[in-house]
Design a protein around this ligand. Sequence first.
Ligand code: HEM
Length: 162
Amino acid sequence: PAKLNEAISPLDWLLGNWESVEPGEGSFPSLKPFRYTEALHFTQVGQPIINFMFNASDVETKKPLHRECGFIRMQTGTNRVAFIVAQNSGLVEVEEGELVGKKLSLHTHALARTSFAKEPHVKEVSRVFQLQPDGKLEQTVSMSTDKQPMTQHLHITYSRLP
Ligand code: HEM
């Protein structure tokens, strides 16, 4: 692998491959609660950037569901992080936030979608990645739509693959 760029060393704990230990929990006021599995891949090629791919699947049928990919950058000399993401649903977002210890908190800074994206439309996303003391990674995602205020949509814990 390429030598790690110093600019992203505060996020080196994300690098590698992760898989949900137990199924993640999906929720939203308008949805029947659901469960899913998800694999995360964070890689780097020596640039001041982390590349990522997240692939979620149906627990029982293993059918691919939600997919996201993008890039993570840090503002030099600060703890500010940009999370640039494209989702298979037709949503693209720039999320921004802060890294405090091994906790990365992000919130929508800019958002766009395809003209024919399914309704309801997402208005804002908040997400937190946190490395647990036992080495597991936790992600929590909340969102608001044009029908619902900010509410939790996803909660999941991953373990690192060898
Ligand atoms: C539904 C957004 C990630 C599974 C929805 C809805 C929205 C949405 C707006 C419709 C809610 C409604 O009808 O009121 C997002 C956003 C995500 C995300 C912004 C990422 C930031 C995921 C992931 C999964 C998932 C990782 C894992 C499988 C579902 C399911 C439904 C749903 C099963 C209900 C059926 C459907 O509408 O397709 N999501 N979602 N979502 N989401 Fe997500």
